[in-house]
Design a protein. Structure first.
Length: 250
């Protein structure tokens, strides 16, 4: 089954067409990395999956439900969302940030919420001593881990990530890449992950979506992207990464 389906999607802002005739099936349990030139529509496609944006034409179907005809609040409860810089609630502690969505779902069941917080802090590698701290005193890597834990704390089936590691240093970035790959392997969650780094896309994705100017150039496993680039655009992306010596498939 597919977790997300884009059916003949078009997105335009006035006369400017950002996406046109976009068709894509995202299988359940896939880790799809999305790479392409700036302004090619990656984030637009991502935001359509949880109803933050609706297409000008066409349909987006999530877990068998058209986003145009579903309760978006209910839809988003089953979709985690993590973006660059984590965007935590500054007035809330680590514990309260992670507990935010579970507490809405669990209502008075505080024990269940506390268990969710403990579970995801452990999974993303956050020491329990950080529970009572506020985002301002955390490192960039710690803030990003809190953001990931918050996105996953309600145990969603789908996780959307928009350049989540772009604001951290290289060592922290590699560590976070390892963590999200492990979480995917352990949970089987469906992940859509936008990145500007072809090396990151190839390393993390079970499938890689390469886009340019609102169109799909290739959608394939990383090994196929490396061995058989479908267009000159894909070939140039892979070639640049080979020159850096950073090509590595998951």
């Amino acid at each position: 089954m597919n977790a997300i389906e884009y059916r003949n999607v078009r997105m335009a802002y006035g006369d400017k067409v950002v996406i046109d005739r976009f068709d894509l099936d995202v299988p359940q349990g896939a880790f799809v990395t999305m790479i392409g030139s700036s302004g090619c529509g990656k984030t637009t496609i991502l935001k359509m999956a949880n109803g933050l944006l609706h297409p000008t034409a066409g349909d987006v179907v999530v877990d068998g439900q058209n986003t145009k005809a579903v309760d978006l609040t209910a839809l988003r409860r089953n979709i985690g969302y993590a973006i660059q810089g984590s965007v935590l609630f500054p007035h809330m502690t680590v514990e309260k940030n992670i507990a935010y969505v579970p507490s809405l779902l669990n209502k008075a069941d505080k024990k269940r919420t506390a268990q969710a917080v403990a579970k995801w802090m452990r999974i993303v590698g956050l020491d329990d001593s950080l529970r009572g701290r506020y985002p301002a005193v955390l490192s960039g890597g710690q803030q990003q881990r809190v953001g990931i834990a918050r996105a996953l704390a309600a145990s969603p089936d789908i996780l959307l990530m928009d350049e989540p590691f772009g604001a951290v240093d290289e060592i922290t970035r590699v560590s976070l890449q390892d963590e999200i790959a492990r979480i995917h392997q352990e949970t089987g969650i469906t992940v859509l992950f936008v990145t500007h780094d072809i090396g990151e896309a190839l390393r993390l994705g079970t499938k890689v979506l390469v886009m340019n100017e609102g169109a799909i150039h290739q959608f394939a496993p990383p090994e196929e992207i490396l061995a058989h680039p479908a267009t000159d655009f894909v070939r140039r992306l892979v070639g640049k990464e080979r020159q850096r010596g950073g090509v590595q498939a998951r």
